[in-house]
Design a protein around this ligand. Structure first.
Ligand SMILES: Nc1ncnc2c1ncn2[C@@H]1O[C@H](COP(=O)(O)OP(=O)(O)OP(=O)(O)O)[C@@H](O)[C@H]1O
Length: 242
């Protein structure tokens, strides 16, 4: 049986008195690319923040590789690769220093060869000794993705991580993720509005509306949208958004 890498159980979360997540449950096994969809402001990033331990849910639990991010945060985070938002990178560090700090925090002896190879493929290597606050948006985004890939995490969490990437770089990252997924080395959770990525890469997609998952699509349902063409998934989602 394939191991469940992400198990979100009945999560409720609030900002102040306002409940944003009202009982979200989802699971992702190793090898699965899971896309989280939903209208603006519905709580996708909030759910990702709960998964990353940045926001404590008011109830429910979130397990990463079997470890609760609430009860065992260090054990859970050892299995998590979380791509922070580009604006959250420390501007006064170089890209290489960011990678080294992350690697140390993850207890790695050295930067992963696979991550350094991807940095070269993405043409980030020439920027690694420059300060992050001199980077373009796409260059920051690349660094965020590389940070999430360090240390062979069982769960890779990406929040709109393809925004700002040029098409060639986006393709390299997608292929890199597919390689990891095909070996069953991880699961990928991507919050996105990009239906093109969903149609071509997702094994599963879920729609978050009013704090709950209201619809899930499996691989064959997603493939059917792809075959139908004519923006079939876009039309279905627009109808679901209401
Ligand atoms: N730190 C915060 N304090 C108070 N409210 C917040 C905070 N962060 C987000 N919110 C609110 O919570 C709701 C969900 O926000 P969230 O960023 O999770 O949505 P989202 O689905 O990721 O949106 P988008 O698709 O636009 O990125 C929104 O109404 C937002 O204004």
């Amino acid at each position: 049986m394939t191991a469940i890498v992400l198990d979100v159980r009945q999560v409720h979360a609030k900002y102040g008195k306002r409940e944003v997540l009202s009982g979200v449950s989802l699971q992702a096994p190793a090898g699965e690319w899971f896309c989280l969809l939903g209208p603006n402001g519905v709580g996708k990033s909030t759910l990702l923040r709960c998964i990353g331990g940045a926001l404590a849910p008011t109830s429910g639990d979130l397990l990463i590789a079997g470890h609760s991010i609430i009860a065992e945060p260090l054990a859970a985070k050892r299995h998590l690769g979380y791509a922070c938002a580009p604006e959250q990178l420390p501007g006064l560090l170089t890209g290489r220093q960011c990678l080294e700090v992350y690697a140390q925090a993850k207890g790695l002896q050295a930067l992963d060869d696979a991550v350094l190879t991807l940095a070269v493929e993405l043409r980030l290597d020439g920027h690694l000794d420059g300060f992050v606050d001199t980077y373009s948006l796409g260059t920051r985004q690349k660094l965020c993705i590389l940070l999430a890939l360090l240390g062979e995490p069982a769960l890779i969490v990406l929040d709109e991580a393809f925004n700002g990437l040029d098409p060639a770089s986006a393709l390299l990252v997608k292929h890199h993720l597919q390689q990891r997924l095909s070996g069953g080395r991880c699961a990928v959770l991507l919050a996105t509005h990009s239906l093109d990525i969903v149609e071509h890469y997702a094994d599963k997609a879920a729609l978050l509306i009013e704090g709950r998952i209201v619809r899930e699509w499996n691989e064959s349902e997603i493939a059917a949208y792809r075959v139908q063409g004519d923006s079939a998934m876009e039309t279905a989602l627009a109808a679901a958004y209401g």
